[in-house]
Design a protein around this ligand. Structure first.
Ligand SMILES: [Zn+2]
Length: 287
């Protein structure tokens, strides 16, 4: 099992097997790609695109996919995934980033906003009469991922919503179809890790659903949690993950956590629990 880190800086933190950097954030901000790192491109969540092109927004019976829509609780604004101009921009970005000596590309928010999206005129016209909305939505997202894989010269990872049951129904994410085009999957399990029961449940379910490499992403940023709780979460998902990704969104915090993990007490806990992947990992980190 590998250990990875996501920070806000375009340089890796030593000790981690590889590191992630957001080349395009959910805000829509695009940054210079980080060489030697896994670069994240957030796709259809894009506040800047919606600010500049309000008519690009995804719509449903509950209204537009905007943070300001009180009928929905959205963290960012969403572009309709059938918008050809926007899709072309994203694929161009994938091609550009993949030429920059990067380790790989992770596509985030490659999905519909949620169930009921998108019912804009273009989507309504595109859907064939005999086709269900679920099939239409899945085919749009799968086709996007297929084109991204074609545009990319480096390994492609896709970020999934942490929902093992309704990915296709709610978000248009069809894991089996994605498997034909991507090399790995990343699932964020972001919560307070004082209780890690759900980490185990979700990680297990994704291990059963995903045939390719699986990255389990744990939140390790501010406000800081106790390192003991984070370690509990690591133990809970270790048997199911090929990589555990710690997302600190902060460089110094990443360095700090790497040092804390080398503490003897965690090694002892892993040994008591007979958690082989973590023991092997700590052996490697401590030498
Ligand atoms: Zn639409």
């Amino acid at each position: 099992m590998k250990i990875a880190l996501l920070t806000d800086q375009a340089k890796p933190v030593s000790g981690f097997d590889y590191c992630f950097y957001e080349a395009k954030q959910v805000t829509g901000k695009i940054r210079k790609p980080a060489g030697g790192m896994f670069n994240i491109i957030t796709c259809f969540a894009d506040n800047i695109a919606i600010r500049e092109h309000p008519d690009w927004v995804a719509v449903s019976e509950k209204g537009k996919a905007l943070r300001s829509n009180q009928n929905l609780r959205l963290l960012w604004d969403w572009v309709c995934p059938t918008n050809e101009k926007f899709v072309e921009n994203m694929l161009g970005l994938v091609a550009d980033v993949s030429r920059q000596d990067v380790l790989g590309i992770r596509l985030d928010c490659a999905q519909f906003t949620r169930e009921g999206f998108c019912r804009c005129n273009r989507c309504v016209n595109m859907k064939k009469r005999e086709e269900s909305w679920e099939d239409f939505r899945a085919s749009i997202i799968t086709d996007f991922v297929k084109q991204a894989a074609k545009a990319s010269k480096v390994p492609l990872m896709i970020g999934l919503e942490p929902d093992p049951a309704f990915l296709q129904e709610r978000f248009g994410q069809d894991v089996d179809s994605f498997s034909r085009y991507v090399d790995s999957f990343c699932v964020p399990i972001y919560m307070d890790y004082s209780i890690v029961y759900w980490c185990d449940i979700i990680a297990y379910a994704f291990r059963m659903n995903v045939r390719k490499e699986l990255v389990i992403d744990l939140y390790a940023g501010y406000p800081r949690k106790s390192i003991e709780d984070l370690f509990k979460a690591i133990l809970a998902v270790a048997n199911y993950a090929d990589t555990i990704l710690l997302s600190t969104f902060d460089y110094t915090l990443g360095e700090h956590i790497m040092n804390l993990l080398k503490d003897e007490k965690f090694y002892n806990v892993a040994r008591q629990r007979e958690c082989k992947p973590v023991l092997t990992l700590l052996d490697r980190l401590r030498t």
